[in-house]
Ligand binder design. Structure first.
Ligand SMILES: Nc1nc2c(c(=O)[nH]1)N[C@H]1C(S)=C(S)[C@@H](COP(=O)(O)OP(=O)(O)OC[C@H]3O[C@@H](n4cnc5c(=O)[nH]c(N)nc54)[C@H](O)[C@@H]3O)O[C@H]1N2
Ligand SMILES: Nc1nc2c(c(=O)[nH]1)N[C@H]1C(S)=C(S)[C@@H](COP(=O)(O)OP(=O)(O)OC[C@H]3O[C@@H](n4cnc5c(=O)[nH]c(N)nc54)[C@H](O)[C@@H]3O)O[C@H]1N2
Ligand SMILES: [Mo]
Length: 771
């Protein structure tokens, strides 16, 4: 392992070199280069890397280093065949690293677990579908099955999946969103009547300031850096709040700009970079509003106009007085203690905010994976409402989604608690009574499986065992099922934690040409800006027995329900037919087949952006909450006699969620190792430890359960004292299944109270490196 401080800008030659390295290492160099050139182009495919949108100027190449990694990873010529499974029993595969499992290549044949040999073995599609139907139809209640979705599934796949499951009789739709942006949806829905971001891509061209909270775009949304770079060059203020110094938020060289590349130029991204404590963002925003209220009062006293947008507030909102009372009642010492920023830093941020006519606020997992995430998002919304920064050009709220179609999947009804209107629409369009009782989210699904209430798990993509909290319990939950089914492109840990019966069903990915009845098909996705557009794979390779996700879902549905409520086989012969059904049932999708032919697709609209508030009061709602107390130093100290740290679990530059592409985290200067803990220099000294030392990490959830991971290397880093950071999924055993966000139920993976001790053993899975 090497640690080498990264002094360059994000992007630049490093990104280009890394893209090239990944291309060259792949077995399909030319095909993959050609493939990359079709990423995010009209008539190309939507990048499976992230849910950032496209600017209207679509002639340019639109891929980034990490998009290239995602594409290469999928477009490998390596194959996991039935012969591979015959040679490698499940018990052996379980001992291998996550990297090893996915590196073996694309799954190319449906396989079924054989307990006699402990191996998966080839099965026909027909027998696989029949086995699923047998298990599902034997259940006492349709609610005894869990239907998981990861956010790569297309609109077409997701729509068919939910239609099948609802006709079968359940709303049990745990999904990756439950672990991701759930709080954004809930927080905004209550406050402004819509659970999606209110901005369009073009708004970034008009914003005077962009506030970025709890997000690492250099790694996770690299195309967003391009947008921020343009904004910064035009003079917009970019203000970042991040507990870590993330290189991509500081400086960026666009690898697709010949001038910047040749002149070694780069663009400063953030004008101000604040490093609050983990979970301190709600206090930061409260402090900003407090500072702004003081400025406001001074203005009024001087006989000047209010700095708040009083006309907007009067016409469009409710609840301001109560909120301002709460702000006034929150003392500065409470705010600064929680925020980990000084009053003057917060005032500086507030000044930039109010001097900017148009402000966009973006956020991701640093905001959504906390206990108080819904409250934080509502505090952010309050600030924007106070200044009329929603529903005008260049302004608004922008939760930056994760998986490339996670937003679309929700629109299509992958929702365990669907609104009544959605259920009515499905019931009417397909002439059956869709179930209205709420189903299970991710955490509830794990609990239902553990309790023996749910007996079947079906995963449409994803890696449930590795992504979900409390690895030991999640694995126990899956292993207790009568049947586990995974529809997947690549082998992963979830496939090895199998039920009594188990199937792995190999599917086509985003980059593959999808032929049905001899004709290539396209699917559609929705980005973070509510743009729906078509995506068609471009790679023709040896797909063996792989089938498309819609075809697999249709196969399962037909075996289980026969031709109810639709003729499944007929519908998948031409995906226009699926879209006709979507158009019939989902608002905003009328004439979908035509609308997706427009370059760039079509905009679904956003009621809040139109200043239509779909809340009970028909107004935008200021939401008033107390600041959280669980992360206050005194409360942390009470958990142990040893120093208690707050741990966030996050992504390295070389991973896609549970998919590990490699062992480097270039911008953070870590090479060849993933089991690291980023920690402040002073904390290392105070503990009497040394930089580079191995430690064991124990979580303290106060429930007496031991949750520990072993043998992590300390890496000195710019991070607030008392806060530490490490990668998931290695640290998921530390996340408690009961440590959930209020209202969102999202596992708290950004604030785990832990203690560190000198490593006693260095166990865990053996990691196998590429070279
Ligand atoms: N290459 C790549 N792209 C991806 C993914 C991937 O794994 N790899 N995953 C996709 C998915 S599903 C998602 S959801 C997104 C995730 O995108 P991000 O949200 O950027 O992902 P994380 O790595 O979890 O990073 C969290 C960031 O927030 C900061 N942070 C953590 N806690 C706090 C806090 O309390 N306050 C503040 N202010 N900052 C905090 C961390 O330091 C870090 O910079 O990316 C998507 N895109
Ligand atoms: N501790 C901690 N835990 C977290 C997080 C965190 O920050 N910290 N982040 C959470 C977040 S934001 C998310 S979104 C979840 C992610 O949870 P998931 O979405 O469940 O996990 P992924 O790692 O994205 O899934 C990877 C697998 O998807 C399959 N796959 C890839 N492409 C396709 C495809 O096109 N079709 C199909 N059918 N399968 C495909 C491959 O087999 C691959 O192994 O993890 C969550 N877990
Ligand atoms: Mo996510």
């Amino acid at each position: 392992m090497t640690i080498k401080k990264y002094d360059g800008s994000a992007g630049g030659w490093g990104a280009l070199l890394s893209t090239t390295k990944h291309l060259i290492k792949s077995e399909n160099v030319t095909t993959n280069i050609k493939t990359l050139l079709k990423t995010n182009q009209d008539h190309g495919f939507d990048c499976p890397g992230c849910a950032w949108g496209e600017s209207e100027e679509r002639s340019r190449f639109r891929f980034c280093e990490n998009g290239a990694k995602a594409v290469n990873w999928e477009a490998t010529s390596r194959r996991v065949t039935p012969a591979f499974f015959q040679q490698h029993p499940v018990s052996w595969l379980k001992e291998q690293s996550d990297y090893y499992l996915e590196y073996q290549g694309r799954l190319n044949h449906p396989v079924q677990y054989n307990p006699a040999t402990d191996c998966y073995q080839a099965v026909s599609w027909q027998d696989a579908f029949a086995l699923i139907a047998k298990h599902l139809n034997a259940l006492e209640s349709p609610n005894q099955a869990e239907f998981y979705t990861s956010g790569r599934a297309s609109n077409e796949a997701a729509f068919l999946y939910q239609l099948f499951v609802r006709k079968f009789g359940s709303n049990n739709f745990p999904d990756c969103s439950n672990m991701c942006h759930e709080a954004s949806g809930i927080g905004m829905k209550q406050a402004i009547g819509v659970g999606k971001g209110t901005v369009k891509m073009s708004d970034f061209e008009h914003a005077d300031a962009i506030f970025v909270f709890g997000q690492n775009p250099g790694t996770n949304h690299p195309r967003m850096l391009d947008t921020l770079r343009e904004a910064s060059r035009r003079g917009a203020a970019i203000v970042s709040f991040n507990t870590l110094k993330e290189r991509g938020l500081e400086r960026f060289t666009n690898p697709q700009s010949p001038k910047e590349m040749l002149t070694d130029g780069s663009t400063q991204i953030s004008q101000c970079y604040f490093m609050p404590k983990l979970g301190g963002d709600m206090a930061v925003v409260r402090g900003m509003v407090k500072a702004l209220s003081v400025i406001n009062e001074a203005q009024l006293a001087a006989g000047e106009e209010s700095i708040f947008d009083l006309a907007f507030i009067a016409e469009h909102t409710q609840g301001l007085a109560q909120y301002l009372d709460a702000v006034q009642a929150t003392p500065w010492h409470e705010i600064t203690e929680q925020a980990g920023l000084s009053q003057s830093e917060i005032e500086q941020a507030a000044t930039i905010y109010y001097q900017s006519k148009r402000v966009i606020i973006t956020w991701a997992m640093g905001i959504t994976q906390h206990k108080h995430s819904v409250n934080t998002i509502q505090e952010i919304t309050n600030l924007q409402l106070l200044f009329g920064q929603i529903g005008k050009q260049g302004a608004g709220l922008c939760p930056v989604r994760g998986h490339s179609n996670v937003q679309g999947d929700r629109t299509m009804g992958i929702d365990e608690k669907p609104p009544a209107s959605f259920i009515d629409n499905i019931s009417q369009a397909f002439d059956f009574k869709a179930p209205s009782e709420p189903g299970h989210n991710t955490v509830e699904a794990i609990k239902a499986m553990l309790a023996g209430q749910s007996k079947v798990f079906i995963g449409l993509g994803g890696n449930f065992a590795a992504a979900a909290p409390e690895t030991a319990l999640t694995e126990q939950a899956l292993a207790s099922c009568h049947l586990t089914v995974n529809i997947a492109t690549k082998l992963n840990r979830t496939h090895l934690i199998h039920g009594k019966d188990a199937l792995i069903l190999p599917c086509l990915g985003r980059t593959d040409v999808d032929l049905q009845a001899g004709k290539p098909q396209s699917v559609t996705v929705e980005d973070s800006f509510s743009m729906v557009h078509a995506s068609a794979g471009v790679i023709e390779s040896d797909i063996g027995e792989m089938r498309s996700e819609p075809a697999i879902i249709a196969g399962i549905a037909e075996a289980t329900l026969s031709k109810q409520p639709i003729d499944w086989s007929w519908v998948i012969e031409d995906y226009d037919r699926i879209r006709t059904l979507i158009a019939k049932a989902i608002p905003g999708f009328n004439d979908m087949n035509n609308k997706i032919k427009q370059p760039g697709g079509f905009y679904l609209g956003n009621s809040a952006a139109d200043k239509q508030w779909q809340t009970a009061s028909k107004k935008a709602q200021f939401m008033t909450h107390d600041l959280p107390t669980h992360l206050l130093p005194a409360n942390l100290r009470a958990l142990s006699k040893d120093p208690v740290f707050v741990l966030q679990t996050m992504r390295s530059h070389d991973q896609y969620n549970t998919t590990i592409y490699g062992f480097d985290d270039r911008y953070r200067g870590v090479y060849g190792e993933r089991k690291v803990i980023f920690v402040n220099h002073n904390d290392i000294s105070a503990l009497g430890f040394e930089n580079g030392q191995l430690v064991d990490v124990e979580a303290l959830w106060g429930d007496g359960v031991e949750r520990k991971v072993y043998g992590f290397k300390l890496v000195e880093y710019e991070i607030p004292e008392g806060n530490i950071a490490a990668y998931f999924p290695e640290t998921n055993p530390l996340v408690s299944i009961d440590g959930k966000g209020d209202l969102s139920d999202t596992p708290i993976s950004k604030a785990i109270p832990v203690i560190l001790s000198t490593a006693v053993l260095n166990s865990n899975r053996v990691d196998i490196t590429l070279n």
